[in-house]
Design a protein around this ligand. Structure first.
Ligand code: CDP
Length: 210
């Protein structure tokens, strides 16, 4: 069973995808980490994340080991990730890794922005996770503060708006709900409640598939 989970920043897609992978015993790939690892490689070389040549070189060196770095979760890397992700050649370079992962026998869970539309349009189940912008900003603010980042709520909200606009507006593989994706709004829901709602959708779709 191949499950595609997409949605904007801090919508809850990562948490839901991780819980689904544990519940259904499926391997999980957080595809945002690939773009974040690419961005980290660029910034470590003092490069410009909007420069195609530098970003592409970095994308080509991304591998499994690069995805464990805790620095990847910082706000600075998130902002730069959204810039490298707007470069078509970077998206192309990271595509094989994602599609190979999706071919693991037995299935997998992938989360991102274009999994249901571009990376795995053949996914058995697609979820589009959303939540109001102020609630998403509040969640991300708390996560970043818990990591020890010195950032204000307003800065987080501004970055969120900037990233949403860039991710949805880019020409190549924009952040977009697949027409056949199930909508799940996690606004006001606890993690357990959001996961339960996702699990119900997956179970109902699985029953229809068989
Ligand atoms: O966790 P959060 O929602 O902040 O972001 P992420 O999933 O780690 O992704 C970081 C950035 O990578 C996003 O803002 C997107 O620009 C980009 N991304 C993408 O373009 N396509 C994906 N499949 C995953 C991430």
């Amino acid at each position: 069973m191949l499950i595609a989970v997409d949605g904007p920043l801090a919508s809850g897609k990562g948490t839901i995808a991780r819980h689904l992978s544990q519940w259904y015993h499926l391997p999980y790939l957080d595809t945002g980490l690939l773009y974040r690892a690419c961005a980290l490689g660029v910034l470590r070389k003092n490069g410009d994340p909007e420069d195609e040549e530098t970003a592409l070189k970095s994308a080509r060196t991304v591998d499994q080991k690069a995805l464990d770095d805790p620095e990847l979760r910082s706000a600075r890397i998130g902002a730069a990730a959204s810039k490298v992700a707007a470069i078509p050649a970077v998206r192309q370079a990271l595509m094989d890794y994602q599609q190979n992962f999706a071919r693991i026998p037995g299935g997998a869970v992938l989360d991102g922005r274009d999994i249901g539309t571009v990376i795995c349009p053949q996914a058995d189940i697609k979820l589009w996770i959303s939540a109001p912008a102020d609630e998403r900003a509040q969640r991300r603010f708390q996560e970043l503060r818990a990591r020890g980042e010195n950032i204000s709520y307003d800065e987080v909200l501004n970055q969120l708006k900037e990233r949403d606009t860039r991710d949805a507006g880019r020409k190549e593989a924009p952040m977009l709900r697949a027409a056949d994706a199930h909508l799940l709004n996690t606004g006001g829901l606890s993690i357990d409640a959001a996961f339960e709602a996702a699990r119900r959708i997956v179970d109902a779709t699985k029953a229809d598939l068989s």
